[in-house]
Write a protein that binds this ligand. Structure first.
Ligand code: CMP
Length: 143
C-alpha cells in the first residue's frame, strides 16, 4: 500500500488557472493519474475531510477557503507515492518550501497553498475513498 496518494488541487489553484500546469508537473514527476474530478466541497464535506485539524486555530478559515470554489481531487499512483508527492509539493508554508516545488512556484500563503498531499499510506487510502467510490477506481490496485 505504498503506491498511492491523494492530491487535491485546491480552490486557489483552480482560480489561478493552474490546473494544467500543476498536473503536468505531477505527471512529469512520474505519477500516474488514476482518477480525477472537479468538485465544490460543502462545509460538511470539508469539515469531514479535515477532521484531524478541528481544534486548530486555522480550522474555520480552512473550511471557508476549501469551500470557496471548486477543487480537483486526484488519485495518484507511483512507487513511494506519499513521500515522493510531499517532496514534489514542498513544505506547507510556501515561504519554507524548497526551490522548484509546486508550492514554492505557485502558492501565496500557508493556507492558500495550491495543493494537498496525503501524509501517510493509511490516510491516502482513507482520503481517496473520501472522494472516489470503488467503481470510480477501476484500475487502482488494492481497492
Ligand atoms: P494541507 O496539507 O491540505 O493540510 C491542512 C491545511 O490547513 C494546509 O494544507 C493549509 O491549507 C492549512 N494550514 C495548515 N497550517 C496552517 C496555518 N498555520 N495557518 C493557516 N492555514 C494552515
Amino acid at each position: 500500500m505504498n503506491n498511492k496518494t491523494l492530491a487535491i488541487l485546491k480552490p486557489d489553484c483552480v482560480k489561478k488557472n493552474l490546473i494544467g500546469k500543476v498536473v503536468t508537473l505531477i505527471q512529469k514527476a512520474g505519477f500516474k493519474v488514476s482518477a480525477m474530478k472537479m468538485v465544490k466541497l460543502t462545509p460538511d464535506a470539508a469539515k469531514g475531510f479535515y477532521q484531524i485539524h478541528k481544534d486548530r486555530p486555522f480550522f474555520n478559515d480552512l473550511i471557508v477557503y476549501m469551500t470557496s470554489g471548486p477543487c480537483v481531487p486526484i488519485a495518484l499512483e507511483k512507487e513511494n507515492a506519499v513521500e515522493d508527492f510531499r517532496k514534489l509539493i514542498g513544505a506547507t508554508d510556501p515561504a519554507k518550501a524548497a526551490e522548484g516545488t509546486i508550492r514554492k512556484l505557485y502558492a501565496d500563503s500557508i493556507q492558500e497553498n495550491i495543493v494537498h498531499g496525503s501524509d501517510s499510506n493509511e490516510n491516502a487510502a482513507i482520503e481517496i475513498l473520501h472522494f472516489f467510490s470503488r467503481k470510480e477506481l477501476p484500475d487502482i490496485n488494492g481497492f
